[in-house]
Design a protein around this ligand. Structure first.
Ligand code: ZN
Length: 240
């Protein structure tokens, strides 16, 4: 069974890439962020702990993360592979992880800080319905207004230059030693995270020796001719 770790800074498309892999290779996507959100929404004890930490403006502690991941992996059905996102977060956890589980690879999505800044600072949130926007990729039809409810679009509270600089510094400080540990074991493949998600996905698969992703079929127009596969003379299939 394939077991992977995926690492990348916020905005690098880590969740999207992990989901694409898990769908096609029947992997369980273990996302630490999703697990925390799940617990917060359901008002579990863990959720309360997470909520208190975040209300104090702090990051959820490594011990808490470690406990949750250990519990999840203890329940995991090892007939299935997994892809884990959001762990390990420090050297000790990386060592523990290597001792405890055989992994097949570590996917490192590489994105320069300048690009992270550009993407993150373009994010907006609807103050009415909470819908997410990114002014680079999904601008609203009317500038500053939500397409769904007409509410005002605002930046997220923690998407300021200063807060992002702190998060980036923290990310590199913690991640670089973890990557070094994995690199010593020759697990790490590094992929440029800047191109579109399909291109990034193909690059990941090529480097991991996985079969390429079948490109999504074009959606036929309603009432029109269904797309019939091979266009005459269409060369240059991506992938491979
Ligand atoms: Zn809205």
């Amino acid at each position: 069974m394939r077991k992977y770790v995926i690492m990348g800074v916020q905005g690098s498309g880590k969740g999207t890439q992990a989901t694409m892999l898990s769908e096609d290779f029947d992997l369980v996507h273990i996302s630490v962020g999703d697990m925390f959100r799940w617990n917060v929404q359901r008002h579990t004890k863990l959720g309360a702990q997470v909520r208190r930490t975040m209300a104090a403006g702090e990051l959820v502690g490594d011990d808490l993360v470690e406990g949750v991941v250990k519990a999840t992996l203890a329940e995991h059905d090892w007939n299935f592979g997994f892809i884990i996102d959001g762990f390990p977060r420090n050297e000790r956890q990386a060592e523990f992880f290597l001792e405890s589980y055989d992994i097949d690879g570590v996917i490192h999505l590489d994105m320069p800080d300048s690009e992270v800044r550009r993407r993150v600072l373009a994010r907006r949130l609807c103050s009415g319905c909470g819908m997410d926007y990114n002014l680079l990729a999904s601008s609203p039809r009317v500038a500053g207004k939500c397409d769904v409810c007409g509410g005002e679009l605002i930046p997220r509270e923690d998407d300021t230059e200063e807060a992002l600089a702190v998060r980036l510094r923290d990310y590199h400080q913690k991640t670089n030693p973890v990557l070094d540990i994995f690199r010593r074991k020759e697990y790490v493949i590094t992929v440029d995270a800047r191109p579109g998600k399909e291109i990034v996905q193909q690059a990941i698969r090529a480097k991991l020796g996985l079969p390429p992703r079948e490109l999504p079929m074009p959606v036929p127009d309603r009432g029109g001719q269904p797309a019939s596969g091979g266009e005459p003379g269409a060369g240059g299939q991506p992938g491979g």
